[in-house]
Design a protein around this ligand. Structure first.
Ligand code: PTJ
Length: 261
């Protein structure tokens, strides 16, 4: 496939968004991202545009609640798909280290063994040695789920008490909840079934969320008791946070040509 070189000046008002797009395209060319992943990214971009391509106050609240939930979990697992690997492989590995007792598992909707292997190799580049869900190991199935995402590692998602599922499709979140697990998601779409079903839904771009999660986790690890973590989780209202995210999108204003893109 021929690849065109893009030049985007750093002064471009949407420079960061265009750079994220380039990362995704590079991930697609390297075989990490499914073709459908490009379409999913486009959907995310449009919500991000309405959010103003920034981490909003409700998203920060969700990040705090997610961090507390992570620290309360006994066996958290980070589920990684093609888009997340292309955009945030390094940061996912750093999150894994920050959590200390978590594992990272590859889990694909558009499953191919080749992509699974490429994603695992991408994660290994950043020092992760044990990656779950790859090859013959991925043989247990999530009950009542028909998509490829049902195939999970018996030592990972299957027995986890908390699963982090960024950029996910709705069915699996529902199935994971039915299995009694806590679910944290990152989804720019506050109306998605995943967002509505998860315990904590962070309406923000995964690229901005994971570094912020690491910061919050490090802070809470040093400064909070278990009771305080439980209070943060107890006070959090996911539906309210989703509504606030949606309200921010709906209140975006038409700007003049020089103010907008
Ligand atoms: O790599 P695979 O085979 O597992 O496939 C991954 C995709 C993302 C293609 C697959 O999970 C899929 O089709 O997902 P959906 O159902 O399109 O849902 C993805 C959700 O993520 C949508 O609600 C998008 O708005 C949202 N989204 C897209 N890009 C981002 C995002 N949310 C946060 N950050 C993003 N960068």
């Amino acid at each position: 496939m021929t690849s065109s070189k893009v030049f985007v000046p750093t002064s471009h008002p949407r420079y960061f968004s265009l750079m994220i797009r380039e990362k995704l395209v590079k991930g697609f060319r390297n075989g990490l991202v499914a073709p459908e992943g490009l379409i999913a990214h486009g959907r995310g971009e449009s919500f991000d545009y309405l959010l103003g391509e920034r981490t909003t106050k409700p998203a920060l609240k969700s990040i705090e609640a997610a961090s507390a939930l992570f620290l309360l979990a006994d066996f958290p697992v980070l589920s990684v798909n093609g888009n997340t690997a292309a955009l945030s492989a390094k940061e996912i590995c750093e999150l894994n280290y920050a959590l200390e007792k978590s594992f990272t598992e590859v889990n694909l909707f558009y499953l191919t063994e080749r992509r699974e292997e490429l994603i695992a190799n991408e994660l290994k580049k950043y020092g992760l040695k044990k990656i779950l869900g790859v090859g013959a190991k991925r043989f247990t199935e999530i009950p009542e789920l028909e998509s490829n995402r049902r195939k999970v590692d018996p030592e990972g998602i299957f027995i986890a008490d908390l699963v982090f599922v960024p950029l996910e499709d709705g069915d699996r979140t529902i199935a994971l909840k039915r299995m009694g697990k806590k679910v944290i998601t990152v989804d720019l779409n506050p109306l998605s079934r995943t967002s509505i079903t998860a315990d904590v839904s962070i309406v923000d771009n995964v690229v901005r969320v994971v570094p912020e999660l690491i910061k919050h986790i490090e802070h809470l690890k040093k400064n909070s008791t278990k009771k305080e973590l439980q209070e943060i989780v107890g006070c959090y209202d996911n539906k309210k946070s989703l509504q606030e995210g949606l309200d921010i999108m709906r209140s975006s204003k038409v700007l003049t040509a020089t103010e907008s893109e």
